[in-house]
Design a protein around this ligand. Structure first.
Ligand SMILES: [Zn+2]
Length: 271
């Protein structure tokens, strides 16, 4: 993988790519807005120009709001989610960001299959509306409550049903996979997981990884990020996945706790 980190946008969005360059990294992830709020400001043309210039030569991934849920039982949430996703896509288009990561959502009362259909039909409706928009990357989840996407097959089903599969890829989070019951601590198990990624999702469709160790047990259905090497996944599994040649050109982004510098230290442990 290409080493990268989730990087802060404090002080202006263009500060994030500058920080990546300062750390010697060529890829990273940002939030283009407050991820826990529906309403967000727009960027000025100057801010956009500064970001585009600073991010030359980098692969930037954006992470969408945690509030978006097309499978919600509440029609108001679905409506707000539609508006929020289009805004996310438009911000990426303006900033020249090629990938937008999104958690699939939670089906609440609708049931898993209905939830998958609700997400797929929203993507079908919304993704083609933004010109020069990013590819949407569905992220696997740990499977808490009724969240969708803890099984790779669920991510694949959303992409297939969306009928806009050329606009949809995947982002694989190691802490979420571990929480969902995929064994990735030992090398022999990681190679099985890598085979599953290829068989179920297709290697070419996996455009980013979120790299995290985990504070909680495998199959706990929980998601608690930890620094590499001191969690329940451990360095061996993370390093094997990171170094597999199949993903040589894929961003591998540390999302561990703490500061940008701490995340850069974490990613250094996998090189
Ligand atoms: Zn993640």
């Amino acid at each position: 993988m290409i080493p990268g980190i989730h990087v802060s946008t404090a002080g202006g969005i263009h500060k994030a790519p500058l920080k990546l360059k300062e750390l010697g990294l060529t890829t990273g992830q940002i939030f283009t807005a407050n991820q826990r709020r529906w309403k967000n400001h727009e960027f000025s043309p100057e801010g956009i120009a500064k970001f585009r210039e600073a991010s030359q030569g980098l692969i930037i991934v954006s992470h969408a709001s945690y509030l978006i849920n097309f499978a919600s039982a509440n029609p108001e949430v679905v409506e707000k989610s539609h508006i929020a996703l289009v805004e996310e896509l438009e911000r990426c288009a303006a900033l020249g960001i090629p990938y937008l990561v999104m958690h699939p959502g939670a089906h609440q009362k609708a049931g898993l299959e209905n939830g998958i259909e609700m997400i797929a039909s929203s993507l079908k409706q919304l993704l083609p509306t933004v010109k020069d928009g990013p590819m949407l990357l569905l992220e696997n989840t740990a499977g808490a409550g009724t969240t969708i996407g803890c099984k790779l097959e669920e991510l694949s089903a959303i992409r297939q049903s969306s009928e806009v599969s050329q606009l949809v890829g995947y982002c694989i989070d190691t802490a979420h996979a571990h929480g969902a019951g995929y064994r990735i601590s030992e090398v022999k198990d990681v190679s099985t997981f890598i085979d599953d990624l290829g068989d179920i999702l297709g290697y070419d469709n996996i455009r980013a990884f979120h790299l995290n160790d985990s504070k909680v047990e495998c199959d706990s259905r929980r998601d608690r990020h930890e620094h590499f090497g001191i969690g329940k996944i451990g360095l061996d599994g993370l390093r094997y996945l990171f170094q597999d040649s199949v993903f040589a050109g894929t961003p591998g982004i540390a999302e561990t706790p703490g500061t940008d510098d701490e995340r850069a230290e974490d990613i250094g442990k996998l090189l």
